[in-house]
Write a protein that binds this ligand. Structure first.
Ligand code: SF4
Length: 174
């Protein structure tokens, strides 16, 4: 059975920086929970940060990643630890799909805040999302649960069905 990594706050865990959750209501999440395929993780808490905690943003990325709180405390190490724990979970369970809370400096996958604490969002990945993507995990956010469910169904199709469809979708040879 395919497992799905899900941001813990989307499941109702009160682990966000302000002490609340970001519970997402969707049949797919309920079904995955009932099937026992959900691996819940909050990378920031797993990395050693407390809840509540000051908001943090990525202020530099690439080879010199830096994540600071709005009080200029460097929390890069905790973010990197959380990403490493997520990567370990993915490898341990053979996870190929994740649903992560968008906008977060850890879990964001289409947008994150720009590092100026001005509320301006830019396109980009959070620290954990980037790490998982580099491992080949397909990432969806909480607005993309329909697409995530369709992708999971695709992953679980018997190989012959999938192969036949891929063949029938290939361009015809001359
Ligand atoms: Fe949710 Fe991810 Fe932030 Fe944890 S790090 S509160 S799981 S968005």
């Amino acid at each position: 059975m395919e497992r799905v990594l899900v941001s813990a706050c989307l499941l109702g865990a009160r682990v966000r920086y302000h002490g609340g959750d970001a519970r997402a209501q969707h049949d797919a999440l309920d079904r995955w929970l009932a099937e026992g395929r959900v691996v819940a993780l909050c990378p920031e808490v797993a990395g050693g940060l407390s809840t509540p905690r000051p908001p943090a943003e990525i202020v530099e990325r690439g080879s010199r990643l830096r994540v600071l709180t709005n009080e200029s405390r460097d929390v890069t190490g905790a973010f990197e630890r959380g990403a490493a724990i997520a990567a370990h979970a993915v490898q341990e369970h053979g996870i190929r799909i994740a649903v992560l809370k968008d906008g977060s400096p850890s879990c964001g996958s289409s947008r994150i805040y720009d590092g100026t604490f001005s509320g301006r969002a830019v396109a980009g990945d959070g620290v954990t999302a980037a790490r998982l993507r580099s491992l080949g995990v397909r990432i969806f956010n909480e607005m993309e649960l329909d697409q995530a469910a369709a992708y999971l169904a695709h992953l679980e199709e018997p190989p012959t069905l999938r192969d036949n469809r891929e063949i029938s979708c290939s361009p015809l040879s001359p």
